[in-house]
Design a protein around this ligand. Structure first.
Ligand code: DOR
Ligand code: ZN
Length: 450
């Protein structure tokens, strides 16, 4: 019997090496990696024209929205954006309407997603009101919990350390990580009040209202709770040198913490606000050039575990307003992340091995996404094929995402995803979506409980 698909004439990035080989895919999984001449007969053979094959990007920080926020993004447009950007699995965030915060809301969201997604989707939940419900949320399929220290999202009072400790201990018991948005609510509130009192509505005032101290204080607070609870905490979108240092110290003492950086915090500084205004607003904000250098230095030393987009789509009306206090923070990133990173590879700032570690291997490990994030025989055929030489200019007006804006608009990039395979099926080919919704799966944690 022939296998379903063979991909040939490619170089595969396997454990740091580019190997001239092809892949055989059957029933959604990679069944053989071998020299082209040793691949089995296949129903479909696809010539990859010498381009490089990487594990599909796992974007562990994505706001897919839908439900009552579908005007910003829905499961179809969000996952089309993912496929276009070479992303084969997204971890969805819980600040939805309704908030994903118990087994009922999670199951409802998973059910809606199932028939509409083009790429795989895993779900983070906020903590439920009743901590006993945590088991049910994990059983329903959550791969992790998300805590926002900047405002209350979900059932738990984030100002209460005892409650956080109890919730974290329970998450640890169930073997799932807790992702943290580390910005201290009280500091943000105080700073914002000061800025507003002074009549400020500009982007600089917004940056002032989100000082690095808000990041570092909440990181230090959470680290104390990690020490007591032993839970794995994943710090989202670290933006400042101060915040990074606090995490590095915790890592050095062997605590189970990991952290993530976004392409916008790695590639843009707060000077960008002069060009992009409120379109570049995001929480945490873009920071100084020194902060950007600190992120790169940490990344090159292996201290940053993950690069994730924090794809946070909003409508143009919500972004294009005069006062920063009325603008919604958030930048869509699914369609720009990989091209931006491949550009860094072309410029010699990042290796392909680092890219694969940061965008596939480590996120799969942190969220226990079994048989994903790698190109091994037996793993799911979640694959992106990239043309390292293809140049283009970022143009948000052609995004699949409903959020047609980007602080990267007009930037010249070199390196482009040209084919995306999800569970063995070709979903994106040369920028076109070529499958129907439902190609993606809702990936849950339940396999780990059995
Ligand atoms: O910039 C942000 N946007 N930061 C967040 O924490 C939330 C996100 C959103 O959902 O829009
Ligand atoms: Zn986010």
């Amino acid at each position: 019997m022939p296998v379903d698909t063979v991909l040939h004439n490619t170089k595969i990035c396997i454990r740091g090496n580019l190997v001239e080989a092809g892949l055989a895919i059957d029933k959604g999984k990679i069944v053989k990696i071998a020299k082209d001449t040793n691949l089995p007969p296949a129903s479909t053979k696809i010539n990859l024209k010498g381009h490089i094959t990487l594990p599909g990007i796992i974007d562990s920080h994505v706001h897919l929205r839908d439900q009552q926020l579908a005007y910003k993004e829905d499961f179809f447009t969000g996952t089309a954006a993912a496929a276009a950007g070479g992303v084969t699995l997204v971890v969805d965030m819980p600040n939805n309407k309704p908030v994903t915060m118990d087994s009922l809301s999670l199951k409802e969201r998973m059910k809606l997603a199932e028939k509409r997604v083009l790429v795989n989707v895993a779900f983070n939940s906020a903590f439920p009101k009743k901590l006993e419900e945590i088991t049910e949320v994990v059983k329903a399929g959550a791969v992790g919990f998300k805590v926002y220290l900047s405002n209350r999202i979900g059932g738990i009072d984030v100002d209460n350390d005892d409650l956080l400790f109890a919730a974290f201990r329970e998450a640890r018991e169930k073997g799932v990580p807790v992702a943290v948005h580390a910005e201290d609510r009280k500091i943000l509130e105080e700073q914002r009040n000061e800025m507003e009192k002074a009549g400020r509505i500009d982007t600089e005032a917004y940056v002032n209202a989100h000082p690095p101290e808000a990041e570092v204080q909440s990181i230090q607070r959470i680290i104390q709770i990690v020490k007591k609870s032993g839970v794995h905490v994943h710090f989202c979108h670290i933006s400042s040198a101060l915040g990074l240092n606090a995490i590095l110290m915790a890592k050095k003492t062997g605590l189970p913490v990991t952290c993530e950086a976004t392409p916008h915090n790695l590639l843009l500084s707060s000077e960008q606000y002069r060009h992009s205004g409120t379109f570049a607003l995001t929480d945490p904000p873009l920071r100084t050039r020194e902060d950007v250098s600190a992120l790169w230095s940490a990344l090159k030393h292996g201290f940053i575990n993950v690069i994730a987009s924090d794809h946070a789509p909003h409508s143009l009306e919500e972004k294009n307003v005069n006062s920063v206090w009325e603008a919604k923070p958030g930048i869509p990133g699914l369609e720009t992340t990989l091209s931006l990173l491949l550009t860094q590879v072309n410029e010699g700032r990042l290796s392909l091995t680092e890219l694969v570690r940061l965008t596939a291997e480590e996120p799969a490990k942190i969220f226990h996404l079994s048989a994903r994030g790698c190109l091994d025989e037996g793993s799911w055929a979640d694959i992106v094929v990239v043309d390292m030489k293809r140049e283009h200019v970022i143009d948000s007006s052609v995004f699949f995402s409903k959020a047609k804006y980007s602080p990267f608009d007009g930037m010249q990039v070199k390196g482009k995803p040209v084919k995306t395979f999800v569970n063995g099926l070709l979903v994106m080919d040369e920028g076109e979506i070529v499958t129907e919704p439902g190609t993606g799966q809702t990936v849950s944690n339940r396999f780990f409980l059995t």
